[in-house]
Write a protein that binds this ligand. Structure first.
Ligand SMILES: *Cc1c(COP(=O)(O)O)cnc(C)c1O
Length: 304
């Protein structure tokens, strides 16, 4: 199967490298066709679903997962329905429709939208595509590490929503004989469901998401993500919304690329030169991207 995602560029961040006295590497997932790394895992899951006879793909997400599923469905020529909560902006609904998917607006919060999606998926041939919690998604996300397995880096920095990216990176390191390479898993303070789970020693459902990085707003991470923290060197770090936004603004200027606060969170580890970075010389930051950003937002964040 030819993958739906692209092999993305690996760039050195020159300014940060000289500022920190390290080699700072950037894996530019922002250049994926659906705007984020999501196409890796969701694309693979959709391809496998079709190979097994699926005739209808259903994904509950008004964000990057929904875009990736819509993109994958269109590329594969299969009927695709994206369910979004009422809170999803009309412009987002329009953009998903423009890709070719059907959009159903239902639910006040994502959990309600998700229930509606699961309901539709009881029909024969209809396959549920979750945003992060599935082995095919981790398998697909792991390809981001396959692509850099022969490059030199001594830590991987990624942001965490539900932990699908983190699980993919850990799997990718493992399957490429790089299990000794640590991961720094980053969340914003108001969306820190992995951090809470590690502290509690079990999965925690956050009462609410209070961060601007709504893409990281899974109230509960996948069990798989917590399990990886027990068998891989994974440091959990939180940054403030202000730090994530500041990183987006500086990154836009430094690399001429716009990314969401969800991605700014991972970049903030380097921009803030957090102590967790001290023991590493060649950090690899997964520039996860995200489509919910534009020039106006960057300018507004720059004035904060
Ligand atoms: C989905 C997403 C994340 C979080 O990924 P999870 O697999 O949910 O942990 C981070 N950044 C961006 C841009 C995303 O689209």
């Amino acid at each position: 199967m030819t993958p739906l995602h692209l092999h993305t560029p690996l760039l050195q961040h020159r300014a940060l490298s000289s500022q920190l006295g390290k080699r700072v590497w950037l894996k530019m997932e922002s250049s994926q066709p659906a705007g984020s790394f999501k196409l890796r895992g969701i694309g693979l899951m959709c391809q496998r679903a079709l190979a097994q006879g699926a005739t209808h793909l259903v994904c509950p997400s008004g964000g990057n997962a929904g875009f990736a599923a819509a993109f994958a469905g269109a590329a594969l020529g299969v009927t695709t329905t994206i369910l979004v909560p009422h809170t999803t902006h009309e412009s987002v609904r329009k953009e998903i429709r423009a890709i070719g998917a059907t959009v159903i607006v239902t639910g006040e919060v994502w959990d309600e939208t998700n229930q509606a999606a699961l309901q539709i998926c009881t029909q024969p041939g209809t396959v549920y595509i979750p945003p992060f919690d599935h082995p095919d998604i981790w398998d697909g996300n792991a390809s981001v590490i396959d692509e850099v397995a022969h490059d030199s880096f001594d830590v991987v920095i990624c942001s965490v929503g539900g932990g699908g990216l983190l699980s993919g990176i850990a799997l990718g390191l493992q399957r490429n004989g790089l299990s000794h390479i640590p991961i720094i898993a980053v969340e914003t303070e108001g969306a820190a469901s992995l951090h809470a789970a590690i502290q509690a020693g079990e999965l925690v459902t956050l009462p609410a998401i209070t961060s601007v990085a709504t893409t990281l707003g899974a109230r509960r991470v996948a069990q798989q993500a917590l399990d990886w923290t027990r068998r891989h060197d994974i440091g959990s770090v939180t940054v403030t919304d202000a730090q994530a936004l500041d990183a987006c603004v500086r990154f836009a200027s430094d690399m001429r690329t716009l990314v969401e606060p969800a991605c700014g969170a991972a970049l903030a580890v380097a921009y803030q030169n957090l102590p967790e970075l001290a023991r590493f010389q060649q950090p690899l930051i997964i520039v996860c991207g995200g489509i919910s950003v534009d020039l106006q937002k960057i300018q507004a964040w720059g004035k904060l």
